[in-house]
Design a protein around this ligand. Sequence first.
Ligand SMILES: [Zn+2]
Ligand SMILES: [Zn+2]
Length: 229
Amino acid sequence: MSFENPKLICTFYTKIGACRHGEKCSRRHIKPTSSDTILMPNLYKNPKFSNNEANGQQVPITGEKELQQHFEDFYKDVFVRAATLGKVDAMVVCENNNNHLNGNVYIKFSSRDIAYDAVVKLNQEWYDGRPVYCELSPVESLSDANCRAYDTNSCSRGDHCNFMHIRRPSPGLKNFLFRAQEKSFLTQRIASIRQNLSAQQTPESSAPPASMIKTTSPEAVQMLFNSSR
Ligand SMILES: [Zn+2]
Ligand SMILES: [Zn+2]
């Protein structure tokens, strides 16, 4: 017996983090053990696709304004939850109408450790009545995985396209979320400096040193997001 004829590596899985053949792919999907990017497959149930099981008997939403509002509510929910786990550098949501990319949410964190912890935590959570599935993603560049033709409404591959068809929040919402995140980290830093100073002034104080304070409470971050708009 010998290990001959090794499988080639699936470039779609490596580059996009998802492949239409899934586990049955004839090429190898090398799952990362460390990455700063996570994937929550099929998390966004896009109401414009009537075949989404989560829609049940509901009539699909077809008006562009309603679709965008529905999407932005989702984007905000997920961004705010992610930001309570650590600094979010980027977040994209796919709206390809195929099983392996439909509703996929990719989040790039500022570090691999944060991404690792986020996978552990999010896998224990539910969103909108469904369990969340979350994994480390091999995607290194979200912009390389993006279908540029879709951005200009000219993707001729349609539902068969294997690159990300990204639905974007309005620039106003995106700016607001990233600004609120910055503000929450700034508040966190100031609080930790204050705590450090008071610990230095009173050496017997039981306050932990700033280096031990790594995260604010999710509730505190949530309040910031709610109040800064
Ligand atoms: Zn594959
Ligand atoms: Zn495309």
